[in-house]
Design a protein around this ligand. Structure first.
Ligand SMILES: [Zn+2]
Length: 114
């Protein structure tokens, strides 16, 4: 799981990268031919929901930290909003990779062989 999530490699063979671009997944693993796309729509929603979850936690954490230190100020709110956006941008790749691993474990992604 960590291999796929952190390094962005195929959940089946763990040798080939599953990303073709920054946020774009390959349709199939170039090494073991695992179907990474899955059924139509399998990839929608999940990573985005996860990303917003991570963003929300990061935003609340930043706000709690800064507000307890500097009090409730306008820039504290903006810094928290910035943390949310940053966290979503930084974690989206990991969310997508984790989601791919989860789909594989759930049996949604098939094809190829070990
Ligand atoms: Zn593979």
């Amino acid at each position: 799981m960590w291999q796929t999530t952190i390094r962005g490699v195929c959940p089946q063979c763990a040798t080939a990268k599953i990303f073709a671009g920054v946020y774009t997944l390959r349709p199939r693993c170039p090494s073991c031919n695992l179907d990474l796309a899955g059924r139509h729509g399998a990839h929608y929603g999940g990573p985005i929901a996860l990303g917003y979850g991570v963003g929300g936690i990061a935003g609340l954490g930043t706000f709690a930290l800064l507000a307890s230190r500097f009090g409730f100020r306008t820039w504290v709110v903006w810094a928290s909003v910035g943390a949310v956006v940053l966290a979503i941008l930084l974690s989206f790749r990991q969310c997508k990779a984790w989601w791919t691993w989860w789909l594989y474990k759930a049996g949604e992604l098939k094809g190829g062989r070990r």
